[in-house]
Design a protein around this ligand. Structure first.
Ligand code: IMP
Ligand code: MG
Length: 190
């Protein structure tokens, strides 16, 4: 099955939006003990750009989340690693994610963070798909609400590829022999 990339959000639009998010976070967390918790791997590029737009002091930590399974839809199991070495007692935690789909990763994280004594925790995601938007999941900062497409680039991958693309692209799977463009569910990664 052939793959095709379609540009969804160009680099320049991402830059403008990330700058606005960073400024907003800096203003809203002014006077607080901000700790960014970046969810690897997908959020690495977003986080690197975002943190350079936040003009107040903050700490940075990284954790890894991976959901396993055959389907691009909720696989059920979310494996988190790195939470145990965080010291977030009394901190105002802002979790930085690449994309919310089913929201399972975020829900697992929120439960994990709750046990770590942070003063508050909130969520910032670059992208949000419709399923997550429909959930009762409080998201403080959303870069872009997108359709239910599989996307890659700007840190996000398909089987570890395409993370290096500066823009965000839809990944379209095309059946050969005159088949109409049909999207195959790719496996989810971190
Ligand atoms: P959720 O737990 O279903 O919300 O999925 C969250 C994780 O699945 C994200 O952090 C991504 O790592 C991955 N993911 C979900 N949708 C996409 C996509 O369209 N492209 C790349 N990765 C995705
Ligand atoms: Mg991810």
């Amino acid at each position: 099955m052939a793959e095709r990339l379609e540009l969804l959000i160009p680099e320049q639009r991402i830059r403008v939006r990330v700058m606005a998010l960073g400024r907003q976070i800096g203003a809203e967390y002014s006077g607080k003990k901000l700790s960014l918790v970046v969810v690897l791997k997908g959020a690495c590029i977003f986080a690197a750009d975002l943190m350079r737009q936040i003009e107040i002091p903050f700490t940075i930590d990284f954790i890894t989340a991976a959901s396993y399974g055959e389907s691009a839809r909720s696989s059920g199991t979310v494996a988190l690693s790195g939470l145990d070495r965080l010291d977030l007692a009394g901190r105002d935690v802002l979790v930085i994610e690449d994309i919310l789909d089913t929201g399972r990763t975020s829900a697992a994280l929120r439960d994990g963070l709750r046990q770590h004594g942070s003063a508050s925790s909130a969520l910032c995601t670059l992208l949000r798909k419709p399923a997550a938007a429909a959930l009762d999941l409080p998201v403080a900062y959303v870069g872009f609400d997108i359709r239910d497409d599989f996307v890659v680039g700007y840190g996000m991958d398909y089987a570890e590829r395409y993370r290096n693309l500066p823009g965000i692209h839809r990944l379209v799977f095309e059946a050969g022999e005159g088949g109409a463009g049909k999207q195959k569910p790719p496996p989810k990664r971190g």
